[in-house]
Design a protein around this ligand. Structure first.
Ligand SMILES: [Zn+2]
Length: 333
């Protein structure tokens, strides 16, 4: 591409060298008022790829919002080669209600893509977003977090058998990439199927702004922009070690076998060895102690933050790593 091109959507256009903050109508309330999502489009003066950054498809997952907002409004884009489509809050009704799903029938927006203009409310919203702001892009990143009460270490979810997705995933420079296709109807899978390579970044917990995750998310975005030439003066990061964990690898949610108060002894991102105590669950009198141990040596990708547990509650998400990765983690910390 030798000439920069305008970015167009239904109702507008953003020329090279121009930036637009818009509130884009995706549906209406019961009162007939517009429900609008914030969108910032930055079209660089130089030619280059078009990339989207999206967050809060699940309305209560906030860390990504801050990443997308910061990229859109705090970074200097004078030298941008290409176009950024920034969608900090996809699920505005869920965001307003501080909940994961669209409040109307509790629909999951992230199972409603690519959407349909003649179908359910969720699919109409999804269609409006997908058609205008996702499909015109060359690739993108969708930010998520764990649910309330659990924290995920920062990791990528990507279908690594797609070379364009693999390039994107590696460029983010996270320690862990889980190689897995997204579920049907998710923004990630449907965008990939429509020819827009997309990955998910999982980081932290819902309902919070967690500064360390946000900063690492921003560093990952900068690295991706460098890899694809949107920010020519920046460089691609290397995280020290990187594990691509195949779907067939052993992964498990370790669950509580007793109700009680949990004292967790590990943190997300820790390497734990087989047989090691992960947590103790005690009754109110501290007369009964149930030890939870690691069934195999692996990496803790997610951990519970809530100390109150019922039998069956997931306590942590353990993923087996091969010996080479284990060694790399031990050497690099
Ligand atoms: Zn999510």
């Amino acid at each position: 591409m030798s000439q920069p091109v305008p970015f167009t959507y239904d109702g507008g256009r953003v020329d090279p060298g121009e930036r637009q903050n818009i509130r884009y109508t995706v549906t209406e309330t019961y009162l007939g008022d517009p429900v609008r999502i914030p969108v910032t489009i930055i079209n660089g003066e130089k030619p280059g790829p078009t990339m989207f950054l999206s967050a809060a498809a699940h309305g209560d997952e906030l860390n990504g919002i801050e990443v997308v907002r910061t990229v859109a409004h705090s970074w200097d884009h004078d030298e941008l080669a290409g176009t950024l489509v920034c969608l900090p809050v996809l699920n505005v009704p869920g965001f307003v209600a501080q909940q994961r799903y669209l409040p109307i029938y509790d629909r999951d927006l992230n199972r409603s893509f690519p959407g349909n203009p003649d179908s359910t409310s969720a699919k109409r919203v999804a269609y409006s977003i997908f058609n205008n702001f996702i499909e015109p892009c060359d690739f993108g990143i969708d930010f998520h977090t764990s649910t309330r009460g659990r924290t995920n270490m920062l990791h990528i979810r990507a279908a690594m058998d797609n070379p364009a997705v693999e390039r994107l995933a590696k460029a983010f420079a996270s320690h862990v990439i889980i190689d897995k296709e997204g579920p049907d109807g998710s923004l990630r899978k449907e965008a990939c199927d429509a020819g827009v390579p997309t990955m998910v970044v999982e980081m932290g917990e819902a309902h919070r702004f967690q500064r360390d995750f946000i900063d690492r998310g921003l560093s990952g975005v900068n690295s991706v922009l460098a890899e694809f030439g949107l920010r020519e003066t920046e460089s691609v990061n290397w995280p020290g070690w990187q594990a691509v964990i195949a779907e067939r690898e052993e992964r498990t949610w370790i669950r509580a076998d007793a109700g009680g108060l949990m004292d967790i002894r590990v943190g997300y991102g820790d390497l734990v060895y087989e047989g090691k105590t992960i947590a103790e669950i005690t009754n109110p009198f501290q007369t009964e102690v149930t030890e939870v141990t690691a069934p195999f040596t692996g990496l803790l990708v997610g951990v519970a933050e809530n100390p109150l547990v019922y039998p069956g509650n997931p306590l942590c998400h353990l993923v087996r790593v091969d010996e080479r990765t284990q060694l790399a983690i031990e050497q690099n910390g």
